[in-house]
Write a protein that binds this ligand. Sequence first.
Ligand SMILES: Nc1nc2c(c(=O)[nH]1)N[C@H]1C(S)=C(S)[C@@H](COP(=O)(O)O)O[C@H]1N2
Ligand SMILES: [Mo]
Length: 423
Amino acid sequence: MSETFKGKSTSRRAFLRGAAAAGAGALGAGAAKAATPDPLITETQPWARGFGDGVDVTPYGLPIRFEDDVVRRNVDWLTADTISSINFTPIHALEGTITPQGCAFERHHSGAIELAKEDYRLMINGLVETPLVFTYADLERFPRENHVYFCECAANTGMEWAGAQLNGAQFTHGMIHNMEYTGVSLRTILAEAGVKPEGKWVYVEGADASSNGRSIPMEKALDDVLVAFKANGEALRKEHGYPVRLVVPGWEGNMWVKWLRRIEVTDAAVQSREETSKYTDTLEDGTSRKWTWEMDAKSVVTSPSPQAPITHGQGPLVISGLAWSGRGAITRVDVSKDGGKTWETARLAKPGEKMALTRFYLDTTWDGKEMLLQSRAMDETGYVQPTKTQLREVRGLNSIYHNNCIQTWWVKPNGEAENVEVS
Ligand SMILES: Nc1nc2c(c(=O)[nH]1)N[C@H]1C(S)=C(S)[C@@H](COP(=O)(O)O)O[C@H]1N2
Ligand SMILES: [Mo]
């Protein structure tokens, strides 16, 4: 081969043959050199012999069919039916930080309802000077804001308390999405109605049968909560609360009421089902933690991971993952290849943003040996993501919600990865 390469071959084919580097295995990142003429390059392909689709073939486009495995998935045994259930974002197959609505996890307590804008009403009552009802068109006349925030169900990673269980980042960490919301600040709407001095909480509920009512302290309601009607530039999808949902930055997903229909200003928390019997954490001594609104700092390696194995053998390897904190911005993420014995600091794709997903990378070289891959997030408050042992020390084994411990993937020499516990 190298003979022809060095020689003064004039034929195009001979040149291509000659330009070969022997075998694909020993290549550096991205430097593909074909050993033999590649018909994909040398032959005219079907897609170049005719025309492609005209405009308007798909008035609203879907991903190309080759990507049809990048979808939400549920776990059948988790819930009795799909009406009150959850599915998971395919985080192992996404990049960057914005979650397309079409594959963002769904959590419904009584199914996703169809509610037209014309039929939409938002009532604000209780301890206010003037009880008000807004139509969708009314909401559009208030000043708007745009913010990117993550929404994480408090049950995310909940199945992993006792030990490694679900084989894939989608299933262990996929009850999360991250979108750019457009909406009106709740502060603006409360000001319109005029909160009475004794108004210390708001009780928010949805128009679906479950209503999913939750109490939010006034301090948060006046801080950064949004009454949102767009996500990622377009209308909210039905599944995510069309036409209007509440966005409660950094706080557990359950408070992000979809199909928002009523905001009642109260002097005390309502103590609804969703904040007493559910979304509380039973500790070792049998008492329960309540009002655990903020999502603790957390991270996960999305690739390699069980659904995203290494297929290229040893050499350059991009380790990629997501980190987030309900208390502010992510400041640093460390990655370990040996189950937490040694750590390397990852590169953040962009400086961390408050209560939004942060993408991290470790551009590394894989020696082809097994790894116990972990990531550990730190946020601007100085909080460090705990190990499973550290979390169990304070929370015991009875919890479901708010499991933010360090995740381990056992990457084997063949590149496959498995969910394992290194506590
Ligand atoms: N009205 C209403 N709001 C709701 C729910 C619901 O069932 N009904 N589920 C809650 C829960 S538990 C979560 S985690 C988030 C999920 O939002 P998503 O379906 O857009 O992912 O919505 C919350 N808001
Ligand atoms: Mo949730």
